[in-house]
Design a protein around this ligand. Structure first.
Ligand code: LLH
Ligand code: MG
Length: 375
């Protein structure tokens, strides 16, 4: 576990926003093979806790071949049931990413190539932070419009708005969301792809109202506007709207729940991110499942592992770059890395690193100097 400086803080509902620069804690999991080859993955310390490592991860991994990722992952999945919620999908994902990183480093090949690369660069969409009440931040529809223009100048060919959510005092407000989307469309013109990821608990009728407005604004997709626990609500909405519905992002169930969504017609585009579904392999399974249904799978979230998957599959249009905010410079490299895992060119493409493994250029000296606990 180590400290690094971050200017992002999290509100009372878990959404990130700009905040005062402060020391933040991150965990780095290291898996070492008998020949000394190592694999690394980062994760929140509360996810990859010492008790989780001791009670489950060591028991499953020690003495095993680190290349047997599927078997090791399945063994961890079996432990999940009896773990009383201790061994989460997010913990599985950290362990599995470190195994992929180890394999890539051992074979001297980037993970996206190990996965069977489809491309070496991926177009990125700029994914905004959720709305706030910071003057000049993301507090008004005009703020979103101004920010969208700077994102287009930076090179983004697509932008996804996360609009206002509690604890912002006036949120949620469907009319405000529609105004922000209209202001952004007006500001960037017809050629930029736009998406909305608004408040995640709208009612069916509010969601339908917003969805119809987005259709008029020619938005490319509509994401997590309702509680994803209700497949029936998503099926109800998808039947009535032409705009593609993307999901599910936040529900549990790994690739199994995504299969249920595809069968139910609850979305037009599937969604999975490496931390959320328990690793790179289950994310690839969702992508294959989507492919079998003739659907895209838009990968949720940024970072080296999500980028590797995005480059390894054909049926994902964009890499989600962010979260972005006018007060923050996403291109600043955090202290524990030597370079961003997802540098974006002026024409909006993220080039995949050719470094062996996940492609994170780790600053081991920084981490050693800022380590607070080793276990
Ligand atoms: O609610 C939020 O803070 C965001 O929606 C966040 O979860 C983000 O990761 C997301 O949904 N991206 O698509
Ligand atoms: Mg989302």
């Amino acid at each position: 576990m180590f400290h690094y400086l971050s200017s992002r803080s999290v509100d009372s509902a878990g959404h990130s926003h700009p905040g005062p620069e402060k020391m933040t804690t991150l965990a780095m999991l290291t898996i070492t093979a008998d020949d000394g080859t190592r694999g690394y993955a980062f994760g929140p310390p509360e996810v990859i806790r010492p008790t989780v490592i001791e009670a489950f991860v060591r028991k499953v991994l020690v003495g095993q071949d680190p290349f047997d990722r599927e078997r090791l992952w399945q063994d961890l999945v079996h432990w999940q049931r009896g773990s009383a919620g201790q061994l989460t999908d997010r913990a599985l994902a950290v362990v599995e990413q470190a195994l992929w990183d180890l394999a890539g480093r051992a074979l001297k090949i980037p993970v996206y190539k190990l996965l069977g690369a489809y491309r070496d660069k991926v177009p990125a969409y700029g994914s905004t932070m959720c709305g706030d009440d910071l003057p000049g931040g993301l507090a008004t529809p005009d703020d979103y419009a101004r920010f969208a223009v700077t994102l287009v100048q930076r090179g983004y060919k697509a932008i996804k708005l996360h609009t206002w959510m509690p604890p912002v005092s006036f949120a949620p407000d469907p009319a405000m969301d529609i105004k922000a989307c209209a202001a952004v469309r007006e500001a960037v013109g017809p050629d930029i792809d736009l998406m909305l990821d608004g408040y995640h608990w709208y009612s069916r009728t509010d969601a339908l109202t917003i969805g119809r407005a987005l259709e008029k604004l020619n938005f490319a997709w509509f994401e997590e506007m309702m509680n994803e626990q209700s497949i029936a609500s998503y099926t109800w909405l998808a039947k009535q709207l032409d705009i593609p519905i993307v999901g599910p992002e936040s529900i549990s169930g790994k690739h199994h729940s995504r299969a249920d969504w595809a069968v139910a017609g609850a979305c037009d585009i599937l969604r999975a991110g490496v931390p959320g579904v328990g690793g790179i392999t289950p994310t690839m399974k969702v992508a294959a499942l989507a492919d079998a249904f003739g659907m895209n799978c838009e990968v949720h979230g940024n970072g080296a592992a999500n980028l590797a998957v995005t480059a390894a599959i054909k049926n994902c249009r964009w890499y989600e770059r962010g979260l972005l905010h006018p007060f923050l410079d996403y291109d600043v490299v955090p202290g524990y890395l030597h370079a961003l895992p997802d540098p974006m060119s002026a024409d909006g493409f993220v080039q995949l690193s050719q470094q062996p493994g996940l492609g994170e250029d780790i600053n081991f000296d920084y981490i050693a100097a800022h380590t607070v606990t080793n276990y």
